[in-house]
Design a protein around this ligand. Structure first.
Ligand code: URA
Length: 257
């Protein structure tokens, strides 16, 4: 196998985006066969040489292939790598996967739907960084029926505590009945209320952004599901299941128009 730039090898092994891996090198934390390599642009052969960060051997991916997985995340599981409260982790579903993966962005504990996982830091960056402007589309079931005027406010942008939201694509797809969630497990279930099903596409990825946007216009989100990233749709993939994407499918996630 041919030599490759070390930052690329590290990024493919799941140590983060290319920039972050470059910093690991310049900080002198990377060794190749026990020798510190701190010059950017240095190359190594991931098949035959031992690459380590902070003295810990990096599990390099044996083929040059990048892995991109589409997962239908269930509610009540967390995207972070660990949880002090012992809650189920997304990564529990990938314990036996041969390559070390990491989630592309995050979804809240209570949010279900499309989550990508990859071993390619650059791919992750292209999907998540706001400068690439990839739309993420959510199906939100919200308490009450928002007026057209309210939906227009969300489209144009509203003020949240951390600043104004960028323009969004918002469309009501129907009316239903649903039960608002209680926050404490011991509470009695709340009665059913009229609810609206809204599709909302946003380009930013601020914390609990969709929930906060609806709350700011007076509608609590009852359920939230991500149904698309760019032009990649969740489709019929069952909750808790995943599939490896082809290169073509992976590219769809980057397309916005
Ligand atoms: N917006 C939210 O409020 N939650 C998510 O999980 C994703 C987007």
């Amino acid at each position: 196998m041919a030599e490759e730039r070390i930052q690329k090898i590290l990024s493919k092994a799941g140590l983060g985006a290319r920039r972050k891996c470059e910093a690991l090198i310049t900080e002198g934390r990377v060794t190749v066969n026990g020798v510190t390599v701190s010059a950017l642009g240095s190359k190594a052969d991931p098949e035959t040489e031992e690459i380590a960060v902070d003295g810990k051997r990096v599990k390099t991916v044996s083929s040059n292939a990048r892995h991109i997985i589409m997962f239908n995340k269930p509610e009540k599981c967390i995207t972070s790598a660990s949880d002090s409260r012992g809650r189920p982790l997304v990564m529990d579903y990938f314990k036996d996967y041969p390559v070390r993966l990491f989630p592309v962005g995050r979804l809240d504990f209570d949010t279900e739907g499309l989550l990508l996982l990859t071993n390619d830091g650059n791919y992750a960056q292209e999907i998540t960084h706001p400068k690439h402007k990839v739309f993420k589309t959510y199906e939100a079931v919200v308490a009450g029926i928002p007026s057209e005027e309210t939906l227009e406010k969300l489209r144009v942008g509203i003020m949240l505590e951390d600043g104004p939201t960028a323009p969004a694509i918002v469309r009501s797809t129907g009316i239903t009945r649903d039960r608002q969630r209680t926050t404490r497990r011991r509470d009695k279930p709340l009665p059913e209320v009229d609810a609206a099903v809204i599709h909302i596409s946003i380009r930013e990825g601020r914390k609990r952004q969709v929930r906060r946007m609806f709350l700011a216009v007076g509608h609590r989100v009852i359920r939230l599901r991500r149904i698309a990233i760019g032009k990649l749709k969740l489709g019929e993939l069952k909750i808790g299941k995943w599939k490896v994407l082809t290169e073509r499918e992976a590219e769809l996630a980057k397309q916005t128009d």
